[in-house]
Design a protein around this ligand. Structure first.
Ligand code: HEC
Length: 123
């Protein structure tokens, strides 16, 4: 009885661990979602804010695009694959357009980077 419980717990932890590792980072993705959120999205000094305001230099813009691209390759923590793809590809398209200084792109990027909408569904 005790032993089987131990085995069951062991198996469960392995399964959970795999789930976490897989959820965190897609196979050919360079950054984990957590990293991307912390560096590119969170706070006034985050890359997103700078890119939206047109204050990001070339290096920052490039890093931001790389991170947004990675985000789309990562798995969402929850929610449907389709919704995740839709949100992250809209984000990438808007980010690219903003870095290229297309008109109205920054507004689109702000909308695509709706923190709450994405967190409600996928975080
Ligand atoms: C396209 C979807 C998406 C958008 C847009 C988004 N997030 Fe997230 N965010 C996530 C997911 C998924 C997680 C969970 C990732 C994890 O914990 O590994 C997360 C987690 C976070 C975290 C916790 C990170 C940690 O330490 O684990 C913070 C902080 C965060 N987001 C901030 C923001 C802010 C601020 C914005 C808006 C400017 C934003 N996010 C927009 C998907 C998104």
């Amino acid at each position: 009885m005790k032993k089987s419980l131990l085995v069951a717990t062991g198996l469960l932890s392995v399964a959970l661990l795999c789930g976490v590792v897989m959820a965190d980072k897609g196979e050919d993705s360079k950054y984990s979602t957590e990293d991307i959120m912390k560096k590119a999205f969170k706070g006034k000094d985050a890359l997103l804010g700078k890119v939206v305001k047109g204050e990001a230099d070339e290096k920052e813009s490039k890093l931001f695009l790389e991170m947004v691209e990675s985000l789309g390759k990562n798995e969402p923590h929850k929610g449907s694959e389709e919704s995740w793809k839709e949100k992250t590809s809209a984000l990438l398209a808007a980010a690219k357009a903003t870095v290229e200084k297309k008109e109205g792109a920054a507004e689109k990027l702000k909308k695509a980077a709706n923190c709450k909408a994405c967190h409600d569904e996928h975080k």
